[in-house]
Design a protein. Structure first.
Lengths: 973, 179
C-alpha cells in the first residue's frame, strides 16, 4: 500500500489486502475501502475528464454528493457510471476512467478546454439551430464526444431479487437522528424498517473523529434494536424513491442485489446533510475537495488526500478537518474568507461547544493555531495552480493588500451544510431557505412523512462565509458551480443576463444540477448566485424539484429476477405447445399474448408459407387458434339493458341462439372495440372482444353497469376468456371437417345459419359453436373448456387430413381479413375513427334512444366534410404492398397520376392502415383512411414510399374496401 | 409448488345482486361471508367472496356434480323469480397452485404488493403476482397459501416462482399486522 495510507482508518481491515486495477495500473486496497478511498490511497488524482471541456477531474466528496468520480467497471460486473465514492472495492476489480481517451491522465480531447470561451451556456441551442437539417451530422460528432462511459458489449446481469415488505414505520438513515427515530418507533411497539446506507450504522459519525461517545451510544442502540425482532435493519441499502402512501423503494447491495418496495404508514427521513463547497476560480482542479471528505478519508479509511492541506472556509467541517489533518501529521493552512471583525468572531457560530461536550470556548482560529495550523483570516482563494492537480494557491485578502502564495496539494473547502432532501422533494414536500442557518430546510411535509436530524436543519449552524456570489473573481475566473456538467458561475450569469429568472429555467438552460449527482453540491450555490444576481432573497429563488431516482440505480437491480424471459409475461393458450411442436413462428400480439404468426415447412420462406395458408382457407379449410379473444357472459334481469347501452347495434331483438356484430363506442362516438354478441337464453348473453382489449372492455362494462345504468346491480358480468379454448375452422370444407367430429347438431346452412350459435359435442367434448367469420369464408368457431382444448384441436387436425387442412397463423388471418375489408384494432380502429368513417353505419342504430357514443357520433356526422373514410387501394405500378402507415398525397392538378413524384411539401390526406399481397386477386391491395374517401372511388392518390433518406411516391387507385366476395355470400353459405 | 390436483380445483362463479346474496344462504346451507374478501369453509366446498357481487364456489372434482345438483336448480328457481343471480363454470379458467412451508409468504412477497399474511385465514384477495392476475387464498392453518392463476398466465407464474425460489429465506420480515 502506497505512502498515502496513514495509520488508523476505523472503517477498513488494514490487516488484509485486496488488489484492483485502474486504467491498467495495479493498485492495492483494504477490505472496507470504497473505490474512491482506494484510488486516493494509491495516489490517483485524476479519475476522469469533465463532461463538456474534458478538464481533468478528481474525487471531491465521500458519498452520493460526488460529482466527478464516475468510473467504468470492467470486472466483476461490467457497468458504466459506477460512482467511486459509494462502491466498495472488491478483489480483482478492474476499472477504467470515463470520458477520456486514451486515459484520464492523457486525454486527446483535452484541447476542447482551450475553446471554452466558444462554449457558453446554451451553446447547443445557439449553435446547432442552423442550417436546418444539419443536426444529424452534428449529432454524430457530438455523440462521440459526449457521454459518461460505455455500455458493455454483452448483456451483464446483476443477480437480483425484488422484495415487497410492509412495516408500520420506515426510517431512512442510520446516523444519530435515524437511530433515535428507529428506537422511538420501536419503543412505541411499531414494526420498523431501518434503511442504512452504510455497511454499519453511524451515518456521518463514522467519518468524524470528534464524537466517539455518540458513535458508541449509537452502536449500542443499533445492537438493542437488532435484538428486538420488530426492527429490520437493512445495511448497505440506499433509498431510491419515496412515493405517495409511504412507499419507499430501496436498493440493497450484496452478492444478490435486492430491490425493496417497502410500504409503511409512517416515513421518517433522517437523511442527514451534505457539505456545500465554496465556489472560487480554479475550484475544479483535482485535489480541491470537500472538507468533510478530507476528514472522512483520513478517519475512516486512513487515507491522506495530500501532504500539504489548505482548509478554505469556516464552520465545524473546516475546524474538524484542520485538526484531524494535524493529528495525521499533515501541514495545514486555513484560509478563512470571513471578514475580520465580522460575524466570524462570534464564538457560537462555530458551534463546537454543543457537539463534543468539551465546552471549549476558544475561538476556532485560536484552537487551530495551537494545533499548529497557519491561519489566514480574511483571505480568499484568488487562483489555484496545477493543471493535473493542485500544486499551489494564491490567497488574496478580502480587504485588499498583498497576496500570499502557498504550496499546497489539497484544498478542503467548507461552505456549510445542505440538508439532503431528495426523497422529501420527490414525495412533494416543500422547502424554504432558512436565513438564520443559511440552508434549505423542509417546510411542509407530505402526509405521513417527517424529517429529523440534520436533514431538518437540526444542528446546522450558520457558516458565515460570504455567499457564493460575493466571493471575488467567480465571474471572471473559471469558477465551477456544477462540476458534473461543467457549469460555471459565468454560465449562470449569462443565463440571467439573457432573461432567465426561474431557477427551473436556469437549470434547463445551463444544465445546472442535471448531472448524475442531481446537483447535490451545485443546487444551493447555483440558486444563491441567481438570487444574488437578481437581488432577491434566496428563499424567493427556491430550489429545483428532485425527481426519482435519488441515486443512479442499474435497471437490472430494479428488475430483480424479472429479467430475460420473465421481463414480461407470455400468455399461452391450450394449443401453444402444439403450435411450437409444429414449427410455428410465434409473435407478440397484444395483452401479453404470443401466438403463431405462420407455420413454415422446412425450406419454406415466409411468403411461401403465407400463400399456402391463405390458399388453404380460400380453397379448402384452415384451423386457427382464436383463444385470445376476450369473452364474457352477461346475465341478469338488466343484462339486455346493459348491452343496449354498451353497443351501438341492437341487442334486444336477438332470439336465443342468434348473434350480431357489435360496436362499442366511447362517449365521443369513436370506436372503442368490436366483437360479436349472442343471446344464449332469455337473460344470458355471450360476447367477444378483440384480444388486446379484453381487460379494457371488462372495466368499461363494469363502469357502465355500476355508474351509468339505472339498476345496473342486476346486470352480472363474468369474464370467461380463460375458461374457453376457441378454434376456428374456416374455408369451403369447414362444414365437412366439423361434421366428421361433431354429434348432436345439424350443421347445414338452413339449420345452423350464419351468426347463429349451437351447443354440441365436438370430438366428445361439450362445445359452443358459433358461425362467425373473420376471413370471409364459411367458418365455425368452436369453444371448448380449456382443459379439453388441445384434445379437440388434435382430433380436428387428424380429421382434416382428408380435406387438406392447414393450421393458420395470424399473418394469413391478417391477409384474409384485409381482402374482406374487415377491421382490426390498431390498424383501422386507431382510437380516432368513428363507425361512420369506417363504413359501419349499418351497425349503428341511431334510432335507438340511448347508447354510449350516440351524441358524439351525431355531432361528428353533422360535420362530415373532410373526415377520414375507409377505402381500398390498388397500386397502379403493379408493385408489392405499400408500407403500413404510408401517407396518402393528392395527385397534382393536370397529372394523370401514373408516375412516381417527390413527396416533399405536399399535404397528407390520409394513410395506409394495412397492405398485403392478395392471392385471390393476384396483386397487392391496401386499406386506407382517406379524407372524404367514399366520394373518391376511382380517383388516384400518391402513396409515400421511403427512398433512401427521402420520400418518393407510388401511384394508387382508390376503390371500395372489399377485394373478395363483397356481398358476403361465401361466409353466409 | 404443486398444481392442486385435489381439493378445490373446480370453480363455479356466482354473481348476484346485493339483494340476491342473502337469498343464496339457505341454498348453500351456511351463513355467507357478508364482506367482500371473506372466505367461507362449507361442507366440502369453499366460498371466496371476491367482490360485492361475485363469489367463487370451489370444490374438489368429485364433489362437483353433487354441488351443482344443489346449486343449479336453486339458482334457476331464483332466476325464474326475477332475481339477479347467475352461475358460470370457471373450472378451466383459474388453476390453483399450492405454496406451503415456512417461507411461502416471503416467497410470495417477492412479487406481490399485498401482504398475504395480513389476510389471515378467513380472507382472500384478488391481486397480482409479478405481472399476472391471481387470487390468493391462505390455508386455514396459516402454513401456506393457494394461488389461483388465470390459465393463460400459469406457465409464466410457474417460471416466476421457480426463479424466486430460495430468495425468500434470507429476507424474512417481522410479521405484518392485519390490513
Amino acid at each position: 500500500v502506497s505512502g498515502w495510507r496513514i495509520a488508523g482508518g476505523t472503517g477498513i481491515d488494514a490487516s488484509r489486502t485486496v488488489a484492483f486495477e485502474f486504467d491498467g495500473m495495479r493498485c492495492a486496497a483494504h477490505p472496507g475501502d470504497t473505490v474512491a478511498s482506494a484510488l486516493l490511497a494509491s495516489g490517483v488524482r485524476i479519475v476522469g475528464r469533465s463532461f463538456k471541456y474534458h478538464r481533468p477531474r478528481g474525487i471531491v466528496g465521500i458519498g452520493w454528493e460526488e460529482p466527478n468520480a464516475l468510473v467504468q467497471c470492467l470486472h466483476p460486473l461490467a457497468a458504466p457510471g459506477v460512482l467511486a465514492t459509494t462502491t466498495p472495492v472488491v478483489d480483482g476489480m478492474r476499472l477504467r476512467s470515463v470520458h477520456a481517451w486514451p486515459s484520464a491522465r492523457h486525454d486527446l480531447l483535452a484541447f476542447l478546454d482551450a475553446f471554452h470561451p466558444l462554449l457558453p451556456a446554451g451553446f447547443y441551442y445557439k449553435t446547432f439551430m442552423a442550417p436546418q437539417g444539419a443536426w444529424p451530422a452534428y449529432e454524430k460528432v457530438i455523440r462521440r464526444l459526449a457521454g459518461l462511459g460505455r455500455l458493455p458489449a454483452t448483456r451483464v446481469r446483476y443477480p437480483g431479487r425484488r422484495r415487497n415488505a410492509w412495516f408500520d414505520v420506515v426510517v431512512v438513515g442510520a446516523g444519530g437522528a435515524g437511530a433515535a427515530a428507529a428506537a422511538r418507533a420501536a419503543a412505541a411497539g411499531s414494526t420498523v424498517a431501518w434503511v442504512d446506507d452504510g455497511a454499519e450504522p453511524g451515518g456521518r459519525l463514522l467519518g468524524s473523529p470528534h464524537d466517539p461517545q455518540a458513535l458508541a451510544a449509537l452502536r449500542e442502540t443499533a445492537r438493542r434494536l437488532d435484538a428486538m425482532g420488530t426492527v429490520t435493519r437493512l445495511p448497505a441499502t440506499h433509498a431510491v424513491t419515496l412515493a405517495d402512501h409511504g412507499m419507499v423503494a430501496c436498493w440493497q447491495r450484496g452478492e444478490i442485489h435486492t430491490w425493496w418496495r417497502i410500504q409503511a404508514r409512517e416515513v421518517v427521513l433522517a437523511t442527514g446533510a451534505i457539505e456545500r463547497p465554496l465556489v472560487f476560480p480554479g475550484n475544479d482542479r483535482p485535489g480541491v475537495m470537500l472538507a468533510s471528505a478530507v476528514t472522512g478519508y483520513l478517519h475512516r479509511y486512513g487515507v491522506a488526500c495530500g501532504r500539504r492541506l489548505l482548509v478554505f472556509g469556516r464552520g465545524h467541517d473546516a475546524l474538524d478537518c484542520a485538526l484531524r489533518a494535524r493529528v495525521a501529521g499533515l501541514s495545514v493552512d486555513w484560509a478563512d474568507p470571513t471578514e475580520p471583525g465580522g460575524p466570524a468572531d462570534m464564538r457560537d457560530a462555530n458551534g463546537l461547544a454543543d457537539r463534543d461536550g468539551s465546552a471549549d470556548q476558544r475561538a476556532p482560529h485560536e484552537r487551530a493555531a495551537q494545533a499548529g495550523v497557519t491561519v489566514h483570516a480574511g483571505f480568499t482563494i484568488a487562483a489555484v495552480h496545477g493543471r493535473a492537480g493542485v500544486r499551489g494557491v494564491d490567497l488574496a485578502p478580502l480587504a485588499g493588500g498583498a497576496r500570499r502564495s502557498l504550496a499546497v496539494d489539497v484544498v478542503a473547502s467548507a461552505g456549510g451544510r445542505t440538508p439532503s432532501l431528495q426523497l422529501f422533494l420527490q414525495a412533494g414536500g416543500r422547502t424554504g431557505w432558512d436565513d438564520a442557518r443559511r440552508c434549505v430546510v423542509p417546510r411542509e411535509a407530505p402526509a405521513g412523512v417527517s424529517v429529523v436530524g440534520a436533514a431538518a436543519g437540526d444542528g446546522i449552524s450558520a457558516v458565515p462565509v460570504p455567499t457564493p456570489w460575493a466571493l471575488p473573481g467567480i465571474f471572471t475566473g473559471r469558477a465551477f458551480v456544477d462540476l458534473a456538467n461543467d457549469v460555471t458561475a459565468a454560465d449562470i450569469a449569462l443565463a440571467v443576463r439573457e432573461g432567465y429568472r426561474s431557477i427551473e429555467h436556469v437549470k434547463r438552460y445551463t444544465t445546472l444540477g442535471m448531472g448524475v449527482d442531481q446537483g447535490r453540491t451545485a443546487g444551493v450555490n447555483g440558486a444563491g448566485i441567481v438570487a444574488g444576481l437578481l437581488g432577491v432573497p434566496q428563499d424567493q429563488v427556491g430550489v429545483t424539484r428532485a425527481r426519482p431516482p435519488a441515486i443512479p440505480v442499474p435497471f437490472d437491480v430494479v428488475a430483480g429476477g424479472e429479467a430475460g424471459d420473465l421481463v414480461r409475461p407470455v400468455r399461452r393458450t391450450a394449443i401453444t405447445d402444439w403450435h411450437l411442436a409444429h414449427g410455428a413462428v410465434m409473435v407478440e400480439s397484444g395483452a401479453n399474448w404470443r401466438r403463431p404468426a405462420y407455420y413454415p415447412r422446412p425450406g419454406e420462406t415466409f411468403k411461401q408459407a403465407l400463400e399456402r395458408e391463405c390458399r388453404a382457407v380460400r380453397e379448402r379449410v384452415g384451423l386457427y387458434d382464436s383463444t385470445p379473444l376476450g369473452k364474457f357472459e352477461v346475465a341478469g334481469p338488466a343484462a339486455e339493458r346493459l348491452l343496449e347501452l354498451a353497443y351501438a347495434n341492437r341487442v334486444a331483438d336477438l332470439a336465443p341462439g342468434r348473434g350480431r356484430y357489435g360496436l362499442m363506442l366511447r362517449d365521443d362516438g369513436r370506436l372503442l372495440d368490436d366483437g360479436v354478441v349472442f343471446r344464449l337464453d332469455a337473460s344470458r348473453f355471450w360476447l367477444t372482444t378483440t384480444s388486446g382489449n379484453a381487460d379494457l372492455v371488462h372495466g368499461w362494462l363494469e363502469q357502465l353497469r355500476q355508474l351509468r345504468l339505472a339498476g345496473g346491480d342486476e346486470a352480472l358480468v363474468t369474464p370467461v376468456g380463460a375458461q374457453w379454448t376457441a378454434l376456428v375452422a374456416c374455408g369451403p370444407s369447414a362444414r365437412s371437417l366439423l361434421a366428421g367430429c361433431t354429434e348432436g347438431v345439424d350443421l347445414s346452412a338452413q339449420a345452423f345459419p350464419f351468426m347463429a350459435m349451437r351447443e354440441a359435442r365436438v370430438a366428445g367434448v361439450q362445445a359452443r359453436i358459433f358461425r362467425v367469420s373473420f376471413t370471409g369464408e364459411l367458418s365455425f368457431e368452436v369453444n371448448l373448456p380449456a382443459r379439453q382444448g388441445v384434445r379437440v384441436w388434435e382430433a380436428l387436425w387428424a380429421e382434416g387430413r382428408r380435406y387438406g387442412l392447414e393450421a393458420i397463423g395470424s399473418e394469413a388471418n391478417h391477409v384474409l381479413r384485409v381482402e374482406k375489408g374487415f377491421l382490426s384494432l390498431g390498424h383501422e380502429v386507431d382510437g380516432i375513427a368513428n363507425p361512420l368513417d369506417l363504413g359501419l353505419g349499418w351497425a349503428v342504430k341511431l334510432d335507438k334512444p340511448a347508447f354510449v357514443g350516440r351524441q358524439g357520433l351525431m355531432r361528428a356526422a353533422q360535420s362530415d366534410d373532410g373526415r377520414p373514410q375507409l377505402v381500398g387501394l390498388v397500386p397502379r405500378d403493379g408493385g408489392g404492398p405499400f408500407e403500413e402507415g404510408a401517407q396518402l398525397l393528392r395527385v397534382p392538378e393536370g397529372s394523370d397520376g401514373s408516375e412516381a413524384r417527390p413527396a416533399v411539401g405536399r399535404r397528407s390526406v390520409g394513410f395506409v392502415t394495412a397492405s398485403v399481397h392478395s392471392h385471390v386477386r393476384g396483386h397487392a391491395v391496401a386499406l386506407a383512411l382517406l379524407e372524404d374517401g367514399r366520394s373518391r372511388h376511382g380517383e388516384s392518390v400518391d402513396v409515400t414510399v421511403q427512398a433512401g433518406t427521402g420520400l418518393s411516391t407510388r401511384p394508387a387507385t382508390v376503390c371500395a374496401p372489399f377485394f373478395h366476395d363483397p356481398q358476403g355470400k361465401v361466409m353466409r353459405g | 409448488v404443486a398444481e392442486a390436483n385435489a381439493r378445490f380445483d373446480e370453480v363455479l362463479a356466482i354473481q348476484a345482486s346485493s339483494r340476491a346474496w342473502p337469498l343464496l344462504a339457505p341454498v348453500l346451507g351456511a351463513a355467507l361471508p357478508g364482506e367482500p374478501m371473506g372466505v367461507h369453509h362449507g361442507a366440502g366446498f369453499l366460498l371466496l367472496r371476491l367482490g360485492p357481487q361475485e363469489g367463487w364456489l370451489c370444490c374438489a372434482p368429485e364433489r362437483r356434480d353433487a354441488l351443482e345438483r344443489v346449486v343449479r336448480p336453486a339458482i334457476a328457481q331464483l332466476q325464474a323469480q326475477g332475481v339477479a343471480v347467475s352461475a358460470v363454470d370457471l373450472g378451466d379458467a383459474w388453476p390453483a397452485l399450492e405454496l406451503g412451508g415456512p417461507d411461502s409468504f416471503d416467497w410470495l412477497a417477492q412479487g406481490c404488493a399485498l401482504d398475504a399474511r395480513a389476510l389471515g385465514a378467513s380472507r382472500c384477495a384478488r391481486t397480482r403476482l409479478a405481472q399476472a392476475p391471481v387470487v390468493l387464498v391462505p390455508w386455514p392453518g396459516g402454513a401456506g397459501v393457494t394461488v389461483r392463476v388465470e390459465r393463460s398466465y400459469l406457465d409464466y407464474v410457474e417460471r416466476w416462482l421457480e426463479q424466486a425460489r430460495g430468495g425468500s429465506s434470507q429476507m424474512a420480515c417481522p410479521p405484518a399486522r392485519p390490513l
